[in-house]
Design a protein around this ligand. Sequence first.
Ligand code: ADP
Ligand code: MG
Length: 232
Amino acid sequence: MIRGEHLTKVYGVGSVEVRALDGVDIEIAKGEFVGVMGASGSGKSTLLHMLGLLDRPTDGALAIDGVDVTRLSEGERELFRLQRLGYVFQDYALVPELTAQENVYLPSKVRGMTAKECTVACRGILDQVGLKDRAGFLPGELSGGEQQRVAIARALVNRPALLLADEPCANLDSRNSVLILDLIRKLNRELRQTVVMVSHEDWHRRYFDRVLFLRDGRIVEDEYGGDAPGTA
Ligand SMILES: Nc1ncnc2c1ncn2[C@@H]1O[C@H](COP(=O)(O)OP(=O)(O)O)[C@@H](O)[C@H]1O
Ligand SMILES: [Mg+2]
């Protein structure tokens, strides 16, 4: 599903170079639920940005779903993102002028669904993240946790082959965190959706098939195992 070789990202801040990713080799199989952990500043978001085609690596090769994504034009990358990827941003990135439902609606339109199908899909996923009665609210009328769940619904509405989520539970209480993790786990199992999720919380590890630990832009541990509730 994902094969990255020597993925490197160097940010230049004035004369100071920050090596946010330092030659990461990564291979993730279709249907894996992978957690990415590590201290703040270790390169977790940078790695997710590369996998989400939001930014280009300074060096290295990256193939997703058999496509060498480093060779795609900007337009092709955009289309690839819309058709195959779902992304939950650490800061939600909702459109403030649009309601929860309209925010979720955006990617579903690209799939060539009819307006009615989009509405059904949006309402369905908002219901699944526990926001059935908030569909008509603007982001500014929602709590941080509710906005985060709208962002999650938007990432899931197209049933993407690859879900990338940057600390999707950071602003959720434990009850809603469990709701979201159970939902992501369910879709991961039912649709064989590949999931790469950044997390700070140790208890999330029971959901992951595998955990990658980053330190200073490198993968320092790659651990299999985990015992998700309800799976053998
Ligand atoms: N746009 C940027 N410009 C300059 N430095 C950046 C930028 N984004 C991230 N960094 C730096 O790269 C390193 C990794 O950042 P990040 O991937 O956001 O870490 P994490 O998500 O693990 O907290 C940090 O040192 C951070 O300051
Ligand atoms: Mg981050």
